[in-house]
Design a protein around this ligand. Sequence first.
Ligand SMILES: [Zn+2]
Length: 413
Amino acid sequence: MKYKFIQTALIFISFTCVFLLGSCRNTKKVVFKTPVNTKTKPIDVQIKQIYSIDDLGVYASNKFDGARLNGFEKKNDSTAIVIINPENQPINKSAYYSFKAWSDLSKPFYFTFKYPKGHEHRYVPKLKLNDEWSVIDSTDYFKQDSIVTIRVNLSKDPITISAQEIQSTKHVSDWYQKIAKGKEDLIRIKSAGKSPLGRNLPVLDIYKGDSKGKDIVVLLTRQHPPEVTGYYAYQYFLETIIEGSELSKQFFEKYRVLAFPMMNPDGVDMGHWRHNSGGVDTNRDWSMYHQPEIKQVVKFISKTLRKDKTRILLGIDFHSTWHDVFYTNKIREGTTMPNFINDWFTRLEENIPNYEVNEASGNSTKPVSKGWFLYGHNAVGITYEIGDQTPKDQIKLIGKTSAEEMMKILCNH
Ligand SMILES: [Zn+2]
């Protein structure tokens, strides 16, 4: 009788284990009110080539990572038409372009941008010459009935004309290797896996000493390829956290940061307007994880939480849009830090001269990362948006101050 009881108990225990393991191994899906179909869709891959207008001695190329140029045609003796298409449609109005141009003889030359129906010019051109980026002079930028033409001085040295400064996977990798150098006891460079086209999904696992039980801050960026100003804020934010100040040391006594600096490497290097190589907006995939980028990042996070018996406290996803804005969740009660957002914004206004926080609060109905942090982890989730044209000095100030104030609040938490 006693033996039978033990046997039954053992069977019960092993069943429970199998059940628990099974449910834990599968990364938990998160339900949103408005589902979005994020199954892979076809994309048009731009043909990499050098275009030439022979009788004018003018050339253009998209043969580099982050380029986007789908056609180049002569309009008249001083003007070329630059044809730009998205990777697929429907798509957000984030008409991204990037190409190099040069000429046999030095001369001023005009480029008129042509987009598919329903899309128009958005980004003010950035020019790169001799490794220096600048914004095009307003006197060289002409807009008529939403059609944009620019004037650029061409020469034998190629000039890059780009919607935003180029920060390809190579640039991003150079950056994080550099900031991690000499800080091996704090920053571990790991990989969450590979994109559908085999590009790395890097993650910086940042903690001091024992990783067990330390609450986690997750930092994401580059889901949307052209959103480079948001990535700059991310750089300043992360650099401030790891710089080794007293505050930073105190912060890492208690906390751990998982930083994903390149969430959509295929889209970034392919010069996409918004989607990954699966033709999908990855920031709508935080429910079903159909796209390998999100699936593997979620798996990496979930595994870390399980292994070290810890939780996400805060998740911030860096993007760009027309102007600076913080998208927050309305639900705060019962989350990891119900007062964090109010405290953080108050401190930003106190510490940045003449700065007013622009907050747009709502509960994510579509599967975006901000909602995933809330519904999936009961954590504070924030989409941190920098304006397309916010000057670098201002981005630096906001990035740095927001990192410092976050650390201060968490150190007192
Ligand atoms: Zn975005």
